[in-house]
Design a protein around this ligand. Sequence first.
Ligand code: PMV
Length: 359
Amino acid sequence: MRPDHRAAPAPERGGTRSATAVAHPNIALIKYWGKRDDRLVLPRTDSLSMTLDILPTTTRVRLTPDAEHDEVTLDGVPLEGEARQRVVAFLALVRERAGVSHHAAVDSENTVPTGAGLASSASGFAALAVAASAVYGLGLDATALSRLARRGSGSAARSVFGDFAVWHSGRPGGPAPATDLPPDTEPAADLASYAEPVPSAEFDPALVIAVVNAGPKAVSSREAMRRTVETSPLYGPWAASSETDLVEMRATLRRGDLDAVGEIAERNALGMHATMLAARPAVRYLSAPTLDVLDSVLRLRRDGVSAYATMDAGPNVKVLCRRADADRVAEAVRGAAPGGSVLIAGRGPGARLLAEGER
Ligand code: PMV
């Protein structure tokens, strides 16, 4: 029987000297594209994803009371510049909440190519949120962990949960929250923006990932989102249609209707890329091999195979299909983009702390 990934991680208690957590990437079927608050990482729209059972990130956080700085390594190599700064800023947030000033050493092992639109920041910040909150003794439940992970990278809020997760924008109906709240009070919108599991039928979807280019992207998703929101005339209409897509997606997941799930996911992703193409200047992540893979997906459908594409902030294509068809789909996309590699993922688990013996 398929494992049940819906169980939320247990809340941790007290602080420890070191903790290790593992989290998996998620791929959005209804995309998050556009922030309304950069600092708090509040999205403009709700999004919905499937957590994968491959490409985990494992992160160990260790308190280093005598150190004057945080140390951060990724796959054994010290992180520098902007990437390091994001982790350090995240740790500073955790420390502020914990009222603890000790620095930490963070060692992360990523099986995802970093920054290639394969959701490395989602698994990365979900694992970091779980491990850091355990070490600093925040005692957070799954909802609060999701809110915290969001501050590192928006999509990380969803990787706290397994299977399908919806991330609520938490957009208040009324005016924007006051900016002069005392520093220890979270604005209401921050509290309202977190992910939670989405009920779904017992169906067995796979995502066949065509990695046409594993290199880092030319424009960060942060910058691309900002440019799209500020300059694309298509952004507003896409955001509005995305709300309807999400309502329909929830219903189709409950039914386990793979074709409907795929149709909605594909149109939502293509629409998101259309908003970027209409930005000024345009943001274009899709490359020639991307389009070749998209053509192969159309051919599969013409041949009667349920296969639907989604793409994120990069040229790689994720093809949603039935698990039973995954090998055939993988063969087709491999043929379409011979220079790349292909991975097959199923529904995966939420983020969790590793027990001592599992490390
Ligand atoms: O969390 P970020 O900043 O890496 O944004 C990722 C956004 C997309 O992957 C393109 C879509 C999504 O919802 O994951």
